[in-house]
Design a protein around this ligand. Structure first.
Ligand code: NAI
Length: 327
């Protein structure tokens, strides 16, 4: 059985691809580039192809089908980059590869701790041998109330992670989760705005959550509130965040995601003049930690998505029950 792997990263994925292909008896064709008409020939002889978050248009789906492909697996949770209608039309099944919530949950707690202890400023000073204390006074989590918005897989794990720190936890979700109630109290969004010293976001991006953090909601928050976003950039209105940071209404922020990060993150853009002014400003503020949407990026994540994407090809080809198949 042969699988063509597109967007295969040499520096982290390849070692796992080789390991699991050997274990599962799969012959691999690997390509560092995303699938396109120029490299579609590599799918010849493979009934399964393995991709990342690159758009799989109708044209490409049709071309893959013409090369004999019957199953597409994506090494991601989301699969909205694949034209599912076209897949159905051309008789191609689709699978995804969900990974565990711990990587993102750990990262959210790291950003939270960095923000309350001013770790960004401490490291900047240390780099220039400025060993003074003034301005670096931190706070202790046990004295704080953390508001968690979204208590699904990641939000719930954040709550479990934080349960050892002794902080008060209040949570909001459209649907309450019994496990969460062991550690946190469900409240209304209004109560989160009013009571939380730290707010951490863990909902998907939907029409409802778009700009959930805006001028009106920020105005209701405590002065000096800390905002952590490891969910999706558009949950926070960038201009409103900048204003609130400049006025001190928001005291610090830890942001793994920002608005308009697409085409920016995961590329080396150090010689470019970027057209994302909000990001430039955020990066310039000493009380903001910005990272490039990488909360998920752990060894466990890489191994899981590589292994599961190949296992799902085996299930599909052998007609077994395929827990990863989504369409
Ligand atoms: P999940 O689907 O398990 O949980 C999402 C929760 O949000 C659910 O409990 C749902 O009821 C709740 N929710 C939905 N709409 C809501 C609303 N309007 N108000 C309140 N709650 C609402 O999702 P999961 O896996 O926990 O992911 C959470 C977020 O983390 C997503 O935005 C996802 O895109 C993001 N993420 C970020 C990564 C990173 O590397 N920074 C990696 C993986 C996910």
């Amino acid at each position: 059985m042969q699988v063509t792997v597109y967007s295969c990263r040499d520096f982290d994925e390849k070692v796992y691809f080789e390991k699991y292909a050997k274990e599962l008896g799969i012959t691999l064709v690997t390509c560092p580039d995303k699938p396109g008409m120029e490299n579609i020939k590599l799918a010849e002889g493979s009934e399964c192809v393995d991709i990342l978050t690159t758009p799989l248009t109708r044209e490409l789906v049709e071309a893959l089908a013409a090369h004999g492909v019957r199953y597409i697996t994506t090494r991601t949770i989301g699969y909205d980059h694949i034209d599912l209608e076209a897949c159905k039309e051309f008789g191609i099944a689709v699978g995804n590869a969900p990974y565990g919530p711990n990587g993102v949950a750990d990262y959210a707690v790291m950003l939270l701790l960095m923000s309350i202890r001013k770790a960004g400023q401490i490291m900047q000073r240390s780099n220039i041998q400025d060993y003074t204390l003034k301005g670096l006074l931190g706070r202790e989590l046990k004295d704080m109330t953390v508001g968690i918005i979204g208590t699904g897989r990641i939000g719930k794990t954040v709550i479990q992670n934080l349960s050892g720190f002794g902080c008060k936890m209040i949570a909001y979700d459209k649907y309450e989760n019994e496990d969460v109630k062991k550690y946190a109290t469900y409240v209304s969004l209004e109560e989160i705005w009013e009571q939380a010293d730290v707010i951490t976001l863990h909902t998907p991006q939907t029409e409802e959550t778009y700009h959930l953090i805006n001028r009106d909601t920020i105005a209701k928050m405590k002065d000096g509130v800390i905002l952590i976003n490891t969910a999706r950039g558009p949950l926070v209105e960038a201009d409103a965040l900048l204003e609130a940071l400049e006025s001190g209404k928001i005291g610090a922020a830890g942001l793994d995601v920002v608005e308009n990060e697409f085409e920016l993150y995961y590329y080396d853009r150090k010689n470019d003049v970027l057209n994302n002014r909000e990001l430039a400003l955020l990066r310039s503020y000493p009380n903001v930690v910005v990272t490039h949407h990488m909360a998920f990026y752990t060894d466990n994540y890489v191994e899981t998505v590589v292994a599961d994407s190949l296992k799902s090809c085996v299930c599909f080809m052998q007609g077994q029950d395929n827990p990863w198949q989504v369409s």
